[in-house]
Design a protein around this ligand. Sequence first.
Ligand code: PGA
Length: 254
Amino acid sequence: MANRRVIVAGNWKLNKTAAETRSTIMSLRNKLAGVDTRAEVVVFPPFVSLETAVDAARETTVRVGAQNVYWEKSGAFTGEVSAEMLEALGLDYVLLGHSERRAMFGETDETVSRRLAAVLEGRLTPVVCVGEVLQERESGATADVLKRQVEGALKDVAPDHVGRIVVAYEPVWAIGTGKTASPEIANEAHTLIRNTIAVMFGRSAADETSILYGGSVKPENTAALMAESELDGVLVGGASLDAASFAGIVRAAG
Ligand code: PGA
């Protein structure tokens, strides 16, 4: 692996109250105490638990991110939050374009691109999620889909901002299904994504971009995935909800 940032991220989705967030992070900090890892550990709780999460993670190496953000700074946008508001809470990361947002909440490459531009105006690290659905994989469209999603999301990014972007490859057929992509399939997709970034921004920018794999990551399959040259970390859903299992993934990531 090149000299890229390694990240183990937990996407909690619609799970955990603020009190549960605090106890999970407390338990995680105990379980990670003394664990020597090169990975940056990040959790993504629901909006209402973010302040508690930042407080619980204080003086630890655990970072906190939000699961989404709106592109406008303020105004009549009921139900939305801005990048500036998230920064003010002390967050470090934000997820963009998760497949559940694309499938259920109308997210498109265009809206991901707008969110990304807003995030890059501030200091949060964006994690841009891409990935094909089963039918696209089976019909041989994976490469086209990944290229379209990466180009669509990153089209307005200034060259000097590319280095701040993290990409997460999450094949939709592997999310929450227990069917992890094989390390080879994941590595091939990561290579495609990296090559697309190289065409857009140059090889050295692409070589510095961390690309995470997500989709049924568990403590037992993490090491094999992380052994692949193009995988720089994992984005974990279900298995990140339990502190012991998430800590097991951090340890397995090395
Ligand atoms: P999963 O979810 O680990 O439960 O498959 C991954 C994700 O949606 O980020």
